[in-house]
Design a protein. Structure first.
Length: 128
């Protein structure tokens, strides 16, 4: 068992990283300038999957890019969903632009949720 642990730790240490790190001095606002220079892609990068997207089924369920949606865990926390605009959807993940807060956000933000364990639904309009 200990050998398996050591082999697994070695394997994980050798995996290439999917992130880009930048060292920034936290005493100034250079980090904000650098983030603002990055434009969010129109198509959010998604985790590659071996399965094709279920575009027809998603469309039947009202899950098209640009749709206002709610995303919530399917177990605990389901009573407090995150609301936003659907940017991208795959069998593995959901990407939304969160609903604007009262104060303007400093940068354009995208939230990525796993598809497994989360419920994505179009927001229902009020009937009042």
């Amino acid at each position: 068992m200990h050998r398996w642990f050591l082999d697994m730790r070695k394997f994980l240490a050798e995996l290439s990283s999917m992130e880009t790190r930048r060292e920034i001095d936290s005493s100034d606002d250079e980090w904000l300038t650098q983030i603002k220079m990055y434009e969010a892609a129109a198509d959010a990068p998604l985790v590659p999957t071996p399965v094709q997207a279920h575009e027809e089924l998603d469309a039947k369920n009202g899950l098209l890019p640009g749709t206002k949606v709610s995303v919530a865990p399917d177990d605990t926390g389901r009573d407090d969903p995150t609301f936003g605009t659907l940017i991208a959807l795959s069998p593995e993940e959901v990407v939304i632009k969160p609903q604007e807060l009262e104060s303007k956000a400093l940068v354009d933000v995208r939230l990525h949720f796993p598809r497994l364990g989360f419920v994505v639904q179009p927001q229902r309009s009020s009937r009042l």
